[in-house]
Ligand binder design. Structure first.
Ligand code: NAD
Length: 358
């Protein structure tokens, strides 16, 4: 398969490969769309088995960022960067400085931030070479940890889904949370405060006991979360939680959580719909994190301090967008993930058309 036939290519505006001999940096930056503004999306450092695997991941993730940024109503396009390497053994300040020079060479077409394997400290080294970096710490424009904002958006999305799907408020509703890391733990606290009953799981014992102590949640083994007697299933761990073997086991009538790529395949999305389960598309409900990062980009571009009120307004709007997705899915009798994809593509196409006309 060549680059242009890859299923994830889908009209990418640019794909850039960088190699730095001195530091061994091998990076790919995929820019899916700049129709709505500069492409924005995190940098992932991962020991990919091949350059093809890294390219495929960069393309898939960058297109997903275009959709996510469009649905979060941000003036940002979609992009993503990947560094090929083991983040536990291969990180050096010089490597991230070289990465910064690569980003600088793109001249503002792409803004980078944190993703798996990359920390604010690493980004600080990149920042020495380029200003197109968000997710930093210790300056007035800094947005800080995005997880609480992501969790707040997910909390509002769960509440909306429960109102629509069960005609209830959260009080007394049982939510099963898979993964109580950054997002899952904040979500658990918010749901507990709203009167929900919780069933939680994680592979990290310490995280589990901490969240259970704070929220009174019942703990189950990782494999048992799919069988939990719950009204809502909230995936907040890794991708692919909803697949052919887990879906038939779910008792919940609602799937709403913070994880990315919750549906293993588009076919699973159709199966979720056929089973009468209300699904809040992952990249819409979890858009709070990128809204927070966008707040930092906006502040950096304007030379201003981070504006919490702007983030709040975008978060309010995100919940309205999620409501629109669910309304359309219900009135058109179609899976919500399909509706979300169409809305995202339409928003990007509209921005591209007005850019052409200008
Ligand atoms: P995290 O690493 O802090 O938390 C993930 C948790 O899941 C960890 O505690 C981990 O031990 C647990 N876990 C891993 N495998 C598991 C399994 N098989 N069963 C049960 N638990 C398991 O990550 P996070 O920042 O909380 O992100 C969680 C998800 O939300 C990810 O999919 C991430 O891409 C997505 N997301 C996060 C943000 C954010 O702001 N942090 C924004 C958007 C999307």
């Amino acid at each position: 398969m060549t680059l242009f036939d890859s299923p994830a290519f889908e009209g990418h505006e640019g794909v850039h490969a960088f190699f730095d001999e001195k530091t061994g940096l091998k990076a790919i930056v995929a820019v899916h769309s700049t129709a709505r503004g500069p492409a924005a999306g995190g940098c992932r450092m991962w020991p990919y088995a091949s350059a093809e695997a890294a390219l495929e991941d960069a393309l898939r993730l960058s297109r997903a960022m275009s959709y996510k940024n469009a649905m979060a109503d941000l003036e940002l396009g979609g992009g993503k960067s990947v560094i090929i390497g083991d983040s536990r053994t291969m990180k050096t300040p010089a490597l991230f400085e070289a990465f910064g020079r690569a980003i600088e060479a793109l001249n503002g077409v792409y803004w980078t931030a944190e993703d798996v394997g990359v920390s604010p400290v690493d980004l600080g080294y990149a920042r020495r070479e380029t200003r197109y970096v968000a997710g930093l710490e210790g300056h007035p424009a800094a947005s800080g940890d995005p997880s609480p904002v992501t969790a707040e958006g997910v909390f509002r999305g769960v509440r909306l889904a429960v109102r629509r799907g069960l005609n209830r408020e959260l009080d007394g509703v049982t939510v099963a949370i898979q993964g109580v890391g950054h997002v899952g733990a904040y979500l658990a606290e918010k749901l507990h405060a709203a009167g929900a009953k919780l069933i939680i799981t994680d592979v990290n014992e310490e995280a589990l006991t901490q969240v259970a102590a704070l929220t009174g949640a019942a703990i189950v083994a990782p494999g048992a979360i799919f069988d939990a007697q719950a009204d809502v299933f909230a995936p907040c761990a890794l991708g692919g939680a909803i697949n052919e073997s887990t879906l038939p086991r779910l008792k919940a009538k609602i799937i709403a959580g913070g994880a990315n790529n919750q549906l293993a395949t588009p076919e699973i999305g159709r199966e979720v719909f056929a089973r009468g389960i209300l699904y809040t598309p992952d990249y819409v409900i979890n858009g709070g994190g990128i809204i927070n990062v966008a707040g930092e980009i906006r502040a950096l571009e304007r030379g201003e301090a981070f504006d919490q009120a702007w983030v709040e307004a975008k978060l309010d709007r995100l919940t309205l967008t999620l409501e629109e997705v669910l309304d359309r899915a219900a009135s058109e009798g179609r899976p919500s993930d399909q509706v979300a994809n169409e809305m995202a593509k339409a928003r990007i196409a509209q921005a591209a058309a007005s850019k052409m006309a200008a």
